[in-house]
Design a protein around this ligand. Structure first.
Ligand code: C2E
Ligand code: MG
Ligand code: MG
Ligand code: MG
Length: 289
């Protein structure tokens, strides 16, 4: 590695390491304080059909750091997992998402399911299912309005325990999605054992699916696999018309990415749902049913 060549470069490398360790140490303390002072929020990214109609939203966590501004989740989720803060943080995420759903409902918006990213520690913790059950009741939200995104690594880490937990979640009506599918180096046998509903094709395969034949074939294979197993496919990170055209021609079900919508604060999502003709007077859902 370039960074390792020569004593001068080593010094730079060592300094970077030290900076990182210091920052992580500081952030751990800051995370704790921020949980108390509610500095976490959610943005929502739409999941759409090829024609553009919005059929779901993914909640993504944001941290407004008191000094450093917006810190992206890739920089704090793993830190929160290493310290014990992930459980408290995750619970806050669920409260934020469910209270938002309740507010949208009150405003007369026809709700679409919201998916939430769940870390391994959270999914496998004893308190997770009871917590979620209570939270759904508290906000009056049906389980079918919630989807959980879980990565392959977590699903295969303890498959028997996952079968147990996912079955309970399914009983609550909650859907299960495999996030970043194809990057987990895992066997496929978990797909037949676990009650899964959705495969999300990892962005790394989408990026060049319209130009690199290996990526094209991987996407095609995942879509066919999902179809044969009767799972829904979502392509994540769709940025161009050409990627969309390729994926659509192979029968991908749903799309997410900057080409359609960036993650947005709740207030703007409301406008989006409006724009796409999904705003209905309260109770309209019930008419005729
Ligand atoms: P993810 O669940 O795979 O989410 C997709 C990430 O890709 C998001 O990054 C999203 O903003 C980004 N993205 C969406 N469309 C595009 C696109 O077209 N191009 C590009 N370049 N990027 C796109 P974000 O919000 O920074 O989140 C990163 C990861 O952090 C997530 O990956 C998820 O694993 C984790 N995460 C986010 N929120 C939470 C949370 O509340 N709890 C947990 N446990 N993890 C979370
Ligand atoms: Mg996700
Ligand atoms: Mg993903
Ligand atoms: Mg990802």
């Amino acid at each position: 590695q370039a960074k390792m060549q020569g004593p001068g470069n080593y010094r730079i490398f060592a300094t970077e390491m030290a900076d990182r360790i210091n920052r992580n140490f500081r952030y751990e303390q800051d995370l704790k304080n921020s949980l108390e002072t509610e500095l976490f929020s959610l943005v929502y990214q739409a999941k759409v059909k090829a024609g553009g109609s919005i059929v779901g939203l993914e909640a993504l966590c944001r941290w407004q750091h008191p000094d450093d501004g917006m810190v992206p989740p890739d920089e704090f989720i793993s830190l929160a997992e290493e310290s014990n803060l992930i459980l408290a943080l995750s619970e806050q995420v669920f409260h934020l998402a469910l209270s938002q759903l309740a507010r949208w409902r009150e405003a007369g918006i026809r709700l679409v399911p919201v998916s939430i990213n769940v870390s391994g520690r959270q999914l496998l913790s004893e308190s997770f299912v009871p917590f979620l059950h209570e939270a759904l009741l508290k906000y009056g939200i049906e389980g079918r309005l919630l989807e959980l995104e879980i990565t392959e690594g977590v699903l295969v880490s303890d498959i028997d325990r996952c079968i147990e937990v996912l079955s309970k979640l399914k009983a609550l009506g909650v859907a299960i999605s495999v996030d970043d599918f194809g990057t987990g180096y895992s066997s496929l046998s978990y797909l037949k054992r676990l009650p899964i509903d959705v495969l999300k094709i990892d962005r790394s395969f989408i990026e060049e699916c319209d130009s690199v034949s290996e990526d094209a074939k991987i996407c095609e294979t995942i879509i066919n696999l999902a179809r044969n197993l009767e799972l829904t496919t979502v392509a994540e990170g769709v940025e161009t018309q050409s990627q969309l055209a390729f994926l659509q021609s192979h029968g991908c079900d749903l799309y997410q990415g900057y080409y359609f919508h960036r993650p947005l604060p709740a207030a703007q999502v409301k406008g989006l749902l409006d724009e796409h003709g999904q705003l209905q007077p309260q109770g309209a859902d019930e008419i005729g049913s």
